[in-house]
Unconditional design. Structure first.
Length: 224
């Protein structure tokens, strides 16, 4: 890999690419789609700069049944897994592999099997790819999400001091005074001037809606 490719793979992942789903115990989990990861791989490494292959192809590991109170089977649950390897081509290229699991519920064995196999393949692809850098999924494994960007491009300067767009915006709800708001606005502008303007407008609107919380209101952007 060349330096540009390494930099691209380690760039922050935009928050707009992140979706949420319910996990075990009702916890909310962040994830990116397989389509997004593949598209970023193509953008960073090019169509001939990497390849993927199954170490172990998707295989069904378990088939279960869901029955109603009368003992009639209403759904079928299929569990599958797969192991995929991703190889970056050229000098300095690397190879990474990981296991993915897919669980699907449907009315028929065929439908559940198809979904479980596809899910296992996609999960294996994403888990292998995340080992290459933040831009292709690694950023989501950091609980503080320090490499998640609210902008579509990386915001490097603020990160060196520990400030990220995600952490700063998350801090807004905890701010209770105009001084705290002003400090956050200034720090956000250093990370991303464009985002700073958007946040400021949002804060002004929020103050107008709940003016008993902040006195005086945060300063509006020039021209408003």
């Amino acid at each position: 890999m060349n330096d540009d490719e390494k930099k691209g793979l380690m760039a922050p992942i935009p928050i707009s690419a992140i979706s949420k789903r319910e996990g075990a115990g009702g916890a909310t989990l962040d994830y990116v789609t397989g389509e997004y990861v593949m598209r970023r791989m193509l953008e960073i490494l090019g169509p001939d700069g990497w390849s993927s292959s199954f170490v172990v192809p998707p295989m069904v590991r378990h088939v279960g049944e869901v029955k109603n109170d009368k003992g009639v089977v209403t759904k079928v649950v299929v569990t599958a897994d797969a192991t995929m390897s991703i190889t970056v081509a050229g000098p300095g290229g690397v190879s990474r592999s990981d296991v993915g699991v897919g669980v699907a519920t449907a009315r028929t064995v065929g439908e559940a099997t198809e979904m479980a196999l596809k899910t296992a393949a996609t999960d294996a692809f994403k888990r292998a790819a995340r080992q290459l850098g933040n831009a292709v999924g690694l950023a989501l494994y950091d609980k503080e999400q320090r490499n998640v960007s609210l902008a579509d491009e990386p915001a490097a300067k603020g990160r060196a001091r520990g400030d990220t767009e995600a952490s700063l915006v998350a801090a807004i709800d905890a701010a209770s005074t105009a001084a705290e708001m002003a400090d956050l606005q200034a720090r956000i502008r250093k990370v991303s001037p464009k985002l700073g303007e958007e946040v400021t407008k949002a804060l002004v609107a929020r103050w107008r809606a709940t003016n008993d919380r902040l006195t005086p209101p945060p300063a509006a952007p020039e021209g408003e």
